[in-house]
Ligand binder design. Structure first.
Ligand SMILES: O=c1ccn([C@@H]2O[C@H](COP(=O)(O)O)[C@@H](O)[C@H]2O)c(=O)[nH]1
Length: 238
């Protein structure tokens, strides 16, 4: 396990996949103190979400910018430098060696941590084959983690079902962040490689990303707390 906080609230990252800053402000207000860490992706990011990220950071929250960058090295490095200046805690790139190197260069001495996305949690073997990758999910994840580690990446994004193998390959210090997390009984939606919060933490994940099960819940604060209860019991069992 990396040096992640033992406070279950810091282990949960709520994905603000919402259409407007107003909608995000409302969900964050309803969650209140039940979350400390938020993720902003395409939907909110392209609807004014980077300004909202600044507000969250000014309010003492941590922010993960999940744009999964993949471009020529110069563009990635400069984009990452802007995210570092924003004050983001985490940012994602796809786990291609040139892209990962550029991102690590772009963040400079800032505390921004670069996470490499291995194989998306909405992909199974058939999806990977359709995209032209002959080797399966496990082999692709393993190859990308090996390269990410050699490059010195700060952390990995992977499915919770991959977390144990990734932890073994990555070592104890670097972060593992898992989306595709579903409390018992929650709809998987388009996610294909999923596990519960308890299973994800027990498998070696440091941070869990949970979106729809929290932001669409009737009581988002209660949904966030329920995930944290599972995180706490998994940490206690570790
Ligand atoms: O492999 C990946 C990488 C990123 N994500 C992101 O996480 C959240 C998950 O949201 P849910 O509503 O809990 O499914 C979403 O923002 C994705 O863009 C991922 O799911 N898988």
């Amino acid at each position: 396990m990396s040096a992640a906080s033992s406070d279950p609230r810091d282990r949960l990252i709520v994905a603000l996949d919402l259409p407007s800053v107003g909608a995000a402000e409302s969900v964050v207000a309803r969650i209140g103190d039940a979350a400390t860490f938020y993720k902003i992706g395409y939907e909110l990011g392209f609807a004014g979400g980077l300004g909202f990220a600044r507000e969250l950071i000014a309010d003492g929250k941590k922010v993960f910018i999940d744009f999964k960058l993949h471009d020529i090295g110069n563009t990635v490095a400069r984009g990452v430098a802007s995210l570092a200046a924003l004050g983001a805690s985490f940012a994602t790139v796809h786990a291609y060696p040139q892209t990962m190197r550029a991102a690590m260069e772009g963040k400079g001495a800032s505390p921004l941590r670069i996470l490499a996305v291995t194989v998306l949690t909405s992909y199974d073997e058939a999806d990977l084959n359709e995209a032209g990758y002959a080797q399966g999910v496990d082999a692709t994840v393993a190859a990308r983690v090996r390269q990410a580690r050699e490059i010195g990446i700060d952390g990995i994004v992977c499915a919770p079902t991959d977390a144990a193998a990734v932890r073994a390959a990555l070592g104890p210090k670097r972060a593992i962040v898992t989306p595709g997390v579903r409390p018992q009984g929650a709809s998987a939606g388009d996610q294909k490689r999923v596990a519960t919060p308890f299973e994800a933490i027990r498998s070696g994940a440091d941070h869990l990303v949970v979106g729809r099960p929290i932001v669409t819940a009737r009581d988002p604060a209660a949904a966030a707390r329920a995930v944290q209860v599972e995180i706490a019991s998994a940490l206690a069992a570790s």
